[in-house]
Design a protein around this ligand. Structure first.
Ligand code: ADP
Ligand code: ZN
Length: 612
């Protein structure tokens, strides 16, 4: 058997997969040749296999996996043990006794993967005997961007890891991250002392995640849209990111009131409460988590079906990382971003107060361009990560619903005239109130209700005005005086339009309707699958979900660790009724086949006897 054949055999018997994905095999092969590597792959791309397979292939050796997060470590080990792979964790949570047992198992060559925190590795490795050291076949540094001060998740203990290559030059090092920028990458190579490391950059595209942006919705309208969207995904898991702790709690409370199973998650909660939310979410006992950015780092749930941003994130890196938590199993998933100019103002304040105002303002601007784009959103994203992507994706709202252009001169004149009549002393939301003719206390106080333009824009909704004012800003019709209460100032170009010397085109505001019926009609437009292809049986799928849930509950693991959604779907399509057939299903390795074929094939046989 060639090396590749034995690797493929392991892939099938341990994980139940038929092929390596993308560059996985090249990376593994390079490591088996003793080479160092830097692996850049998006979240969900399949980084773990790259270091797990070399560990499994080494005869009596093991791979060391350095990981910053205890929770993630424990999850990975649970998942590996489910597949019958001997993996262990060493960290500060373990007792001295457990640690000693672990070292004993390493001596005996009984462990294939050792997960360890950086500080623990550095304090332990000096005490290990040569016999153990000789068995180490790889140092894998997971979440390697933590080494860089420029990154978003700097961890000082990571900077000590450079000594590994110095002390053990013959052991290959593999650094893995989902953060792609060049500064971080160079930092990783320099600090880990692996200047010759081969760089493996995978595509950052996540084609199964559909990208959607809703502009201008605020308050109740936004909330109603969120509820409609969740109702389209009733039994599925999702995350809603909110800007503040308070807004996560408000969102969760309001959703709960409507009977939607939602809870808040933020850094201000006790460790115990946070763990509970994470666990329930993993176990499919909780559908929706309303979270600040702190959520998601420590979880590895493959069947998150949607991620909603109820406000704009501060940069594209964060956005991409957060939406990346959806659809890790490769099945269709949705990202939905709500965006208003109010978000931009808030984020600009944060950016200006941050230590690196200029960089952060620029990043915010790129995020804003993404949100306002009139071209394929995936093009913008991948472009941002310096990846060539030269076609439309047909899985974003711009591709699927190209904006309609119209002559917006009359609306622009209304708005510009209102701005002028306030003496350029009003912020954007005040201008909207004037145009809509809202007699709010501060409008009356300033006498704006006496202006000639008061109420001239009643024919448009608040959301429409929000959207068009944004376009006017982008087109340069007015500026925002940040140093002067964010008041709007008409530019020379704006005056040209106000006085009728030029016209201006707008993109027609599209009211987003997450109405289930309409969605079905849209889906009917997607060409039907070829006739010979087997159909997935949704009723059976639900029953298999119940079988999975029962097993997960009784063995105290997360349902997705029993089988992924993808495997369940394959079962509901192929309907295996024998052990041999069951073993061929995607994601069914030897150990899981042995353990689980009975309950699943029994459920399928039972179902078939009633339904055929
Ligand atoms: P990452 O660590 O890069 O975020 P993971 O290693 O967790 O991603 O992999 C994401 C998902 O893809 C997991 O469910 C994993 O089992 C699956 N996966 C990885 N490699 C393959 C493959 N070659 N074939 C099928 N599924 C794979
Ligand atoms: Zn697109």
């Amino acid at each position: 058997m060639t090396r590749e054949e034995s690797a493929l055999a392991l892939l099938k018997s341990c994980y139940g997969y038929d092929h390596f994905r993308g560059q996985q095999w090249d990376i593994i092969n390079h490591t088996l040749d003793g080479g160092d590597s830097i692996v850049l792959m998006p979240t969900g791309g399949g980084k773990s296999l790259c270091f797990q397979i070399p560990g499994l292939m080494s005869e009596d050796g093991f791979a060391i996996v350095i990981s910053p997060l205890l929770a993630l470590m424990n999850d990975q080990i649970d998942a590996l043990q489910q597949n019958g792979i001997p993996a262990l964790a060493l960290n500060s949570e373990k007792s001295e006794n457990e640690n000693r047992q672990c070292v004993e198992l390493l001596m005996q060559g009984k462990v294939k993967l050792l997960y360890i925190s950086p500080e623990k590795l550095l304090s332990e490795i000096g005490r290990w005997s040569d016999r153990i050291i000789e068995r180490i076949c790889l140092f894998a540094v997971d979440e390697a961007h933590c080494i860089s001060q420029w990154g978003h998740d700097f961890r000082p203990e990571y900077t000590q890891l450079g000594c590994l290559k110095q002390r053990y030059p013959d052991i290959p090092v593999m650094a893995l991250t989902a953060t792609a920028d060049r500064i971080t990458r160079d930092d990783i190579a320099r600090q880990l002392n692996i200047p010759e490391a081969r760089l493996f950059i995978s595509s950052f595209d996540r084609p199964n995640i559909s990208l959607n942006v809703v502009q201008g919705s605020t308050g109740k309208v936004k909330f109603r849209q969120i509820v409609q969207f969740i109702n389209l995904h009733r039994d599925e898991s999702g995350i809603i990111y909110c800007l503040s702790r308070k807004s996560t709690e408000k969102m969760a409370a309001e959703l709960s009131r409507l009977g939607i199973d939602a809870r808040a998650f933020h850094a201000g909660m006790s460790a115990k409460d946070k763990q509970q939310v994470q666990r329930d979410f993993l176990n499919d006992d909780l559908r929706v988590v309303c979270a600040t950015i702190a959520f998601g780092m420590g979880i590895d749930k493959s069947n998150v079906r949607y991620v909603i941003h109820s406000n704009m994130p501060r940069n594209i890196e964060s956005y991409y990382q957060e939406i990346g938590r959806a659809g890790r199993d490769g099945l269709p998933a949705e990202a939905l971003l709500f965006y208003t100019y109010g978000d931009v103002i808030t984020l600009q304040q944060f950016a200006r107060q941050s230590g690196q105002a200029q960089v952060n303002m620029e990043k915010l601007q790129r995020m804003q361009q993404f949100a306002e784009s009139g071209v394929c959103r995936r093009r913008i994203l991948l472009n941002y990560f310096n990846e060539r992507y030269d076609h439309d994706c047909h899985n974003c709202d711009v591709c699927n619903n190209p904006p309609e252009r119209f002559d917006g001169t009359r609306y622009a004149q209304m708005a510009l005239s209102a701005i002028m009549r306030t003496g350029e002393q009003a912020a954007m939301f005040t201008v909207t109130d004037i145009l809509r003719g809202w007699r709010k206390a501060d409008i009356i106080e300033k006498g704006y209700d006496q202006l000639k333009t008061f109420g001239v824009g009643r024919e448009l909704t608040v959301a429409e005005w929000n959207a068009y004012l944004l376009q006017m800003l982008q087109l340069g019709l007015f500026d925002v005086a940040y140093d002067e209460g964010n008041h709007l100032k008409v530019t020379d170009y704006g005056k040209e339009i106000l006085y009728g010397r030029q016209t201006v085109q707008f993109n027609r505001y599209q009211r987003r309707d997450f109405n289930a019926k309409k969605r079905q009609a849209e889906q009917a437009l997607i060409p039907a699958e070829p006739a010979e292809k087997k159909q997935m049986d949704k009723v059976l799928l639900e029953q298999l979900r119940d079988v999975r849930k029962a097993i997960a509950t009784s063995s105290r693991i997360a349902p997705y660790m029993v089988f992924s959604d993808k495997s369940l779907q394959a079962m509901a399509t192929e309907k295996p009724t024998t052990k041999a057939e069951f073993g061929l299903i995607h994601g069914v390795g030897d150990v899981k086949c042995q353990k689980y074929w009975r309950p699943f094939t029994a459920a399928i046989s039972d179902y078939l006897s009633h339904h055929s």
